[in-house]
Write a protein of this length. Structure first.
Ligand SMILES: NC(=O)C1=CN([C@@H]2O[C@H](COP(=O)(O)OP(=O)(O)OC[C@H]3O[C@@H](n4cnc5c(N)ncnc54)[C@H](OP(=O)(O)O)[C@@H]3O)[C@@H](O)[C@H]2O)C=CC1
Ligand SMILES: CC[C@](O)(C(C)=O)C(=O)O
Ligand SMILES: [Mg+2]
Ligand SMILES: [Mg+2]
Length: 350
């Protein structure tokens, strides 16, 4: 069975009790990649009793870290060869190459191709054989929190999708994988590769990563250009955002509105749409259109084929924005990051 895109998925939420961990504990899972998602999936799976082998390039900077975390490490081809489930957690743009050279030659009938994002299946960059299962367990969180939550006996919400069910067990095995990385502790919702891919790309571009950072920088620059100190602008437009979003995370927009002052609530409700106005909505719809018609995917693939010229320039400009230096200095002065977070943020920078 291959995914029926027109299928509307019900909003059943799956929890630990809905998963049969025995389905995956007896299998070998190759986790290809040991980065944000890979290090979390591999360690969480292993801590859940799953036989894990990490697949990395022989000159990988992550090889020693994975071995240091008590995991077996092999090349991607070696890992795929011994695995029943191959979890593809290398960057989206290298997955087709890794699939062609390391995974596909070592896939056997009845194996599972598992993803954390649907990009390469949805945009037809990887076309799996008909005799394997193709699933996705996509944590709705950065990987470092997937690991932190698991270690704290907490869960991370996730999505489950079955693109191809050659064995008839894809859903059950995907749910067991989700449980083993801690997602069913929080709740797992079933979706499709199309829906996850398009909503995830839109969300990270228009809201979570792109939209928010642009709003923060524009707010910071507005205050600094008006003569206010960079430190004041940082505190107001970046640092306090976490505290505001924490309230929304815990109890919706109302949870935040109920906690801030009436003055802030009135000002926010009247001026918010002045700043993020109907043009923002029109722009968001254009962003979504480019995701849906494949234009963004083609642009991102071409950017990588060209050696990432624009991406490199944009990353450089972002790292050199004044707010980064101001923030680094202020974060060093204030003891608001606990040790665990400081260690992790050092890891992320490495
Ligand atoms: N980041 C996140 O929180 C989320 C990511 N995802 C998805 O998870 C997947 C993995 O992304 P993410 O965890 O961010 O990836 P990262 O960039 O954090 O990590 C990539 C890993 O892959 C390895 N790698 C890179 N190139 C190759 C290669 N050619 N062959 C073998 N290994 C390679 C790297 O090791 P080295 O370079 O040392 O060899 C590194 O261990 C993607 O599909 C992404 O969309 C989904 C949800 C959230
Ligand atoms: C929000 C960015 C993300 O989609 C994620 C952490 O979920 C990603 O691709 O990293
Ligand atoms: Mg995401
Ligand atoms: Mg994403």
């Amino acid at each position: 069975m291959t995914e029926d895109d027109s299928q509307t998925f019900d909003s059943t939420v799956y929890y630990d009790e809905d998963a049969d961990s025995e389905v995956i504990v007896g299998k070998t899972v190759a986790v290809l990649g040991y980065g944000s998602q890979g290090h979390a999936h591999a360690q969480n799976l292993a801590d859940s009793g799953v036989d894990v082998v990490v697949g990395l390039r022989e000159d990988s900077s992550s090889w020693d870290a994975a071995e240091g975390d008590g995991l077996r490490v092999a090349t991607p081809a070696e890992a795929a060869a011994e695995a029943d489930v191959v979890s593809v957690l290398v960057p989206d743009t290298v997955q087709p190459d890794v699939y062609e050279n390391a995974i596909e030659p070592n896939l056997e009938a009845g194996d599972t191709l598992q993803f954390a994002h649907g990009f390469n299946i949805h945009y037809n960059q990887i076309q799996p054989p008909e005799d394997v299962d193709v699933t996705m367990v996509a944590p709705k969180s950065p990987g470092h929190l997937v690991r932190r939550n698991y270690e704290n006996d907490e869960g991370t919400p996730g999505l489950l999708a079955v693109y191809q069910d050659a064995t008839g067990d894809a859903h059950e095995e995907g749910l067991a994988y989700a449980a083993a990385i801690g997602c069913t502790r929080a709740g797992v919702v079933e979706t499709s590769f199309r829906e996850e891919t398009e909503t995830d790309l839109f969300g990270e571009q228009a809201v979570l990563c792109g939209g928010v950072t642009s709003l923060v920088k524009q707010g910071y620059e507005t205050l600094v250009d008006a003569g206010y100190s960079p430190e004041m602008a940082y505190f107001e437009c970046l640092n306090e955002l976490k505290l505001i979003v924490d309230l929304m995370y815990e109890d919706g927009l109302g949870g935040m509105w109920d906690s801030v002052s009436d003055t802030a609530e009135y000002g926010g409700l009247t001026q918010g749409d002045v700043v993020v106005d109907e043009h923002a909505r029109e722009n968001m719809e254009e962003v979504l259109e480019k995701v849906q018609n494949g234009q963004f995917a083609r642009e991102w693939i071409a950017e990588n084929q060209a050696g990432r010229p624009s991406y490199t320039q944009l990353r450089h400009a972002e790292k050199n924005h004044e707010i980064e230096a101001v923030g680094e200095e202020l974060r060093g002065l204030f003891a608001w990051q606990d040790e665990e977070e400081e260690e992790e943020s050092a890891e992320v920078k490495a």
